[in-house]
Design a protein around this ligand. Structure first.
Ligand SMILES: [Fe+2]
Ligand SMILES: [Fe+2]
Length: 282
């Protein structure tokens, strides 16, 4: 096994520059273990300075397609359920990179050690999520890379590469919060189909994602407080600027509240979006 880089930012760069999914997640877990071992020993790893790639390295497969060109899937069939799991695996692999990218990209802003603890812990959990979903895909005779996947998944990261507060608003507080809204429905699909391994994987993901959203909200509020700006107004401005889709109800208001995102953060953005007008006035 090769030696790990000496700083947390260099560890993050190394994960981002590893292409193959299982290799990326194995390195991610080793980096997280080294970080927490050093923290426990009272000799924390230096943060260092990141030099993350604009786009993380990715495996040759899956083929990445524009979302409009993605085949539509019906989850009533095994093929449809495999496609759904494949999409989840793709999201989890992106999530691994997103968590290391925020560590590497914003080293110019001094943050408390707790910030790095939260993001390293989440990165290790995303790595576990990817592996869990890949295990289920493989048990169903498929694998990550067997189907096409969304090309636009990294867009939110690219758009916010120079804006730390924008990154926190859009990635954990919009995209990962959306995961809290939709995961219970996915769990139901696999429960009905009797795929217990998928139910177990998704339940782990659902439980752990609440804290990822909470970390986003916590550090978003921290940075707003440091800059003496109103968090709700800042959130609305940043989501309008960087997020190109609609915030779609129904929202999981209970889990969002648990994660520290109150309704007046997301409802005004959903209400004002033209794509929701018909839905909301019906
Ligand atoms: Fe995840
Ligand atoms: Fe997450």
């Amino acid at each position: 096994m090769t030696d790990l880089p000496q700083t947390l930012a260099a560890c993050a760069d190394a994960v981002l520059n590893t292409a193959e999914g299982r290799e990326k997640t194995a390195l991610s877990k080793r980096c997280a273990e080294a970080w927490f071992a050093a923290r426990a020993a009272g000799t924390p790893m230096p943060i260092g300075q990141g030099n993350p790639p604009l786009n993380p390295a990715r495996p040759a497969q899956p083929e990445l397609l524009d979302p409009r060109d993605m085949p539509r899937r019906r989850t009533g069939s095994l093929a449809g359920r495999i496609a759904l799991l494949h999409a989840v695996a793709h999201i989890e692999l992106n999530a691994v990179d997103l968590h290391w990218d925020i560590i590497a990209r914003f080293t110019g802003t001094k943050m408390p050690m707790g910030f790095y603890d939260d993001w390293v812990k989440s990165a290790a959990e995303e790595s576990k999520h990817y592996n869990l979903v890949c295990d289920v895909l493989e048990s169903l005779g498929s694998h990550y890379g067997a189907l096409p996947a969304h090309a636009s998944m990294w867009r939110a990261a690219a758009d916010t590469k120079d804006d730390f507060l924008g990154r926190l608003a859009v990635v954990p507080m919009v995209l990962e919060a959306r995961g809290l809204d939709v995961t219970p429905g996915m769990i139901e699909i696999f429960r009905k189909a009797g795929v217990e391994s998928a139910v177990a994987a998704l339940e782990t993901i659902y439980a752990e994602e609440v804290s990822h959203v909470a970390y986003g909200s916590k550090w978003f509020h921290f940075l707003c407080g440091r800059a003496d700006i109103d968090p709700k107004e800042a959130f609305h401005d940043l989501v309008r600027r960087y997020f190109h889709g609609a915030l779609k109800p129904p929202f999981n208001e209970e889990k969002r509240a648990e994660a520290g995102i109150p309704p007046d953060f997301y409802w005004p953005l959903a209400d004002e979006h033209p794509a929701n007008a018909a839905r909301l006035t019906r």
